[in-house]
Design a protein around this ligand. Structure first.
Ligand code: NAD
Length: 400
């Protein structure tokens, strides 16, 4: 069954049965065992999943998540989101995602790289043929993407690379930049208040959360609460974000930075104007959606609001900017990087940021227009726009 509520979508637009069948489930699910021998007595073994979901618009695109609790179901949901996201922002990719069931935190960089090489060995044909194009996700970053380039020697087979090996200036910050750019638009249109008077709470302070914090602060928002897996802190007057980032670079956590200590649950219900979940999925559910005090939610993470949580937020009139729009800056940056790696073109960071903002701006405008036309919430509106693109591609390729 699709993760997206196709029944609900079908109440707003006509979803042809053949298209709906394609969108109901993944095209391909790969499950493999990865093994690395460290010594005569030590081995690492982990299960890995790779899922392709509706590649009608192009090769499967999506990050590699390395988490001890990642599942095939979660990887499938995330690959489906990528199919909707790439359609919404009109880039020629389909849905893809990888999950490696492993906690990399105790591993040295050398061991993590060696392990990733095992993943490349098993995925080599699909990577070399451009069937699947990975990127960073939770617990993977540019250094890991460099391992994939090193193993395949094909720069365009992966995005999110370090700039020294064909990466794109600004790709590291791209998702956080896009989150901030969309937050600015949403605040203007939906809250109609000066940015300097708006406070933001951010859950998760990794790649996406930390850059979202930095760019939101640069745009004039006040960042009043942040968290990571080790704890949460608040400061009603607003944090000095560059200092906070220096603290995190040094201590690898927001915990211990001067501020009021709160719990991770309290962060979600912290009194603020805008809540930006930027960590894992399923954090706002039917159990805590009533406690949310923000006036606007911007989904920097993938799938942070469950279906039950979403119903409550819609009923409460709290707008949610959906993940497929809010965090699409990353995949737009990836598209530019892929294109540059193939063609030899180059861009500055400013040009990349500008392009991301324009693409997201277009998707935002189309989403708002669909919301007004169909009198629906933003998530449904974004799916209506994306569905239009997917159905058109299915017709173009004679799939339906
Ligand atoms: P990351 O590994 O760099 O950071 C994750 C952060 O979340 C860390 O600070 C971690 O401590 C924190 N965290 C994890 N569980 C938590 C919890 N229960 N409570 C509070 N904090 C918690 O990952 P990332 O790349 O920043 O990805 C974050 C989210 O954004 C994910 O949902 C990912 O799928 C999504 N996303 C990432 C990108 C990208 O380009 N990296 C693009 C689109 C979407």
């Amino acid at each position: 069954m699709a993760f997206v509520d196709l029944d609900r979508l079908g109440r707003f637009i006509k979803l042809p049965t053949a298209s709906r069948d394609i969108l109901e489930g993944p095209e391909k699910q790969i499950m493999m065992s990865l093994r690395l021998k460290l010594s005569e007595t030590e081995r690492i073994t982990a299960t890995a999943y790779v899922v392709y979901y509706c590649t009608v618009r192009g090769p499967a695109k999506g990050g590699i998540r390395m988490m001890p609790d990642v599942t095939l179901e979660e990887t499938t949901h995330l690959s489906e989101l990528m199919a909707w996201k790439t359609a919404l922002v009109k880039i020629p990719f389909g849905g893809g995602k990888s999950g490696i069931k492993l906690d990399p935190s105790p591993l040295t960089r050398f061991i993590k790289s060696s392990f990733l090489k095992e993943w490349v060995h098993q995925m080599r044909l699909d990577l070399e043929r451009g069937v699947y194009i990975p990127a960073p996700d939770m617990n993977t970053g540019p250094a890991d993407m460099a391992v994939i380039v090193g193993e395949t020697r094909i720069p365009e087979c992966v995005t999110g690379k370090p700039t020294g090996v064909g990466g794109l200036p600004g790709r590291l910050e791209a998702t956080g930049w896009g989150v901030a750019a969309i937050t600015r638009r949403a605040a203007e249109h939906l809250l109609k208040t000066q940015r300097t008077e708006l406070s933001v709470a951010i859950q998760g302070f990794g790649n996406v959360g930390s850059y979202a914090a930095q760019f939101c602060k640069d745009l004039g928002f006040k960042v009043v609460a942040v968290s990571d897996v080790n704890g949460a802190i608040a400061n009603g007057d607003g944090f000095d974000v560059p200092r906070l980032i220096r603290h995190v670079n040094e201590h690898r956590t927001v915990a211990g930075f001067p501020g009021q200590k709160i719990t991770n649950d309290e962060l979600l219900s912290y009194p603020c104007d805008i809540l930006i979940p930027a960590a894992s999925g399923d954090v706002i559910t039917e159990k805590n959606a009533d406690a949310i005090r923000a006036k606007l939610i911007v989904e920097a993470a993938n799938n942070p609001v469950t279906r039950g949580g979403d119903h409550i937020l819609v009923e409460r009139g709290i707008p949610v900017v959906p993940d497929i729009l809010a965090n699409a800056g990353g995949v737009v940056g990836s598209y530019v990087e892929w294109h540059h790696s193939k063609s030899g073109a180059m861009s500055t960071k400013e040009e990349v940021f500008d392009r991301i903002e324009r693409v997201l701006g277009m998707a935002w405008n189309r989403t708002l227009a669909a919301r007004d036309e169909h009198k629906c919430d933003l998530r449904t509106a974004s799916l209506i726009v994306a569905a239009g693109e997917l159905i058109e591609s299915m017709r173009d390729r004679n799939w339906v």
